[in-house]
Design a binder for this molecule. Structure first.
Ligand code: AMP
Ligand code: GLY
Length: 426
């Protein structure tokens, strides 16, 4: 079987490395890929949002399964276009991908499905949005409706901040088309958890709960990023609660999407706030998280293509999804300046030394190959991941591995996993 992985981040390197381990897989291509996927198979320079280009590539290269890593191709309809061309594609159709593509749509689906989430209202004109902010007061959250590369959400501590966010989106047009509509919602308080499930349109199988670290610096300070590290299992949402959580935030969505004639197949990712009143959904994503994918796949013991095909065929069962009993923890090493502007092209050394420890896998994100050398090419550069008997050991091992890796100005958080360790009483 020949698989095409679409995307170029750490998640896609983890997908490629995991898929290629399957006895059924003969080749893994990546479009556009990165320095890591180039070491697994072949990179082809087609952009991840160029759906017609990706269909042509898949046809030309005899691809048997397309796996879309990021949201952009799914929202742009890659599933629909591939299946129309007769090429199996893992992920939801464009309508169902709207759960991530439009926050207003997601809120409406949640309301229809009875999923717990923050109280909200949706606006397209600034005066009404401002009046609503004046009425509800702060703290309050303002979200651009569409895909804004992680930059469209303002958790406003004051009314002034919220009003500024409304104006930024609806008046100044800072997010372009993605910001012509905003969702204004209640600010929730609690610890966050990432709860993902494989879905086959009707049935779902929960993955192990993860915890991401979105702030750039230690202690959850600094600007919001795509994620500076993740680990699983996350004690904030213990396995004893997976079934009830799935029944609360995953299965109602599957029923609602099936009712609408767009059964959800692929990965449904619920970003949860664990509030005093129970879990509430902050957002849905329609794909693996990055970096959550890296520790999740480090723990997966089953055949990943078999899970993907079962999701597509409507034959998913819990027996298909087996996890290691170990803990996995991923530390993101970033370029200096990230998530703002940062230099590129720095040489990375020490990856092989770090991976000499069999517990360590270094997933590459913003990297490219230059002959034998690996150079940085993005903000999040590497996801240094360890799989060990305990969370404490995984943390220690991942950080020992980070210390072996060098590139100019590299920085990483030192406290990945600490919330979990605290809950474990360590
Ligand atoms: P989102 O892209 O919707 O997940 O928002 C990005 C981040 O903003 C989340 O991971 C939370 O940290 C924060 N956030 C979003 N919505 C809320 C909310 N209603 N209350 C508090 N924090 C939120
Ligand atoms: N790590 C958060 C995300 O992938 O959206």
């Amino acid at each position: 079987m020949r698989i095409l992985v679409v995307g170029s981040g750490g998640r896609e390197h983890a997908l490629a490395r995991t898929l290629v381990k399957s006895p059924d897989v003969s080749a893994v291509l990546a479009a556009p890929g990165n320095g890591g996927t180039a070491g697994v198979g072949e990179n082809v320079p087609v952009a991840d949002s160029d759906v017609p280009g990706l269909v042509a590539l898949a046809k030309d290269r005899g691809i048997d399964l397309v796996v879309a890593g990021p949201e952009a191709p799914l929202v742009a309809g890659i599933r629909d276009a591939m299946e129309t061309a007769g090429i199996p594609c893992f992920g939801p159709d464009a309508y169902a991908a709207g759960l991530e593509g439009s926050k207003a749509f997601a809120k409406d689906v949640m309301a229809a499905a009875g999923v717990p989430t923050a109280a909200y209202a949706t606006f397209t004109d600034a005066a009404s949005a401002r009046a609503y902010v004046e009425k509800v007061g702060a703290p309050v959250v303002v979200k651009a409706d569409g895909l804004a590369a992680g930059k469209g959400v303002t958790v406003a501590a004051t009314k002034e901040e919220a009003l500024a966010a409304v104006d930024e989106s609806l008046v100044a047009g800072a997010f372009g088309k993605a910001g012509t509509k905003v969702v204004v919602e209640e600010a929730l308080v609690g610890e966050e958890a990432s709860f993902l499930a494989f879905c086959d349109g009707a049935a779902s199988v929960a993955m192990t709960a993860c915890q991401d670290h979105k702030a750039a610096y230690d202690g959850d300070t600094g600007p919001n990023t795509g994620g500076m590290g993740a680990y699983c299992p996350a004690p904030v949402l213990p396995p004893s609660r997976y079934e009830e959580t799935k029944a609360l935030v995953i299965d109602p969505i599957l029923r609602e999407m099936a009712k609408r004639g767009h059964p959800f197949t692929g990965i449904l990712y619920a970003g949860l706030m664990m509030t005093a009143d129970g879990p509430k959904v902050l957002e849905y994503n329609v794909r693996f998280g990055d970096p959550e994918c890296q520790p999740l796949l480090a723990r997966l013991e089953s055949d990943l293509p078999a899970i993907f095909f079962a999701c597509r065929a409507g034959t998913l069962t819990p027996e298909l999804v087996r996890w290691s009993a170990k803990s996995a923890l991923c530390v993101v090493m970033a370029a200096p300046g990230y998530p703002g502007s940062y230099p590129k092209g720095m040489e990375i050394t020490g990856i092989a030394a770090a991976e000499a420890d069999p517990a360590v896998t270094v997933y590459q994100a913003g990297t490219r190959r230059d002959g034998e050398r690996i150079l940085t090419s993005g903000g999040r550069v590497l996801g240094v991941t360890a799989l060990c008997d305990t969370l404490a050991a995984a943390k220690a091992t991942a950080y020992e591995a980070c210390a072996k890796i060098r590139f100019d100005g590299a920085f990483y958080r030192r406290d990945i996993g600490d919330k979990g360790l605290k809950r474990e009483g360590k």
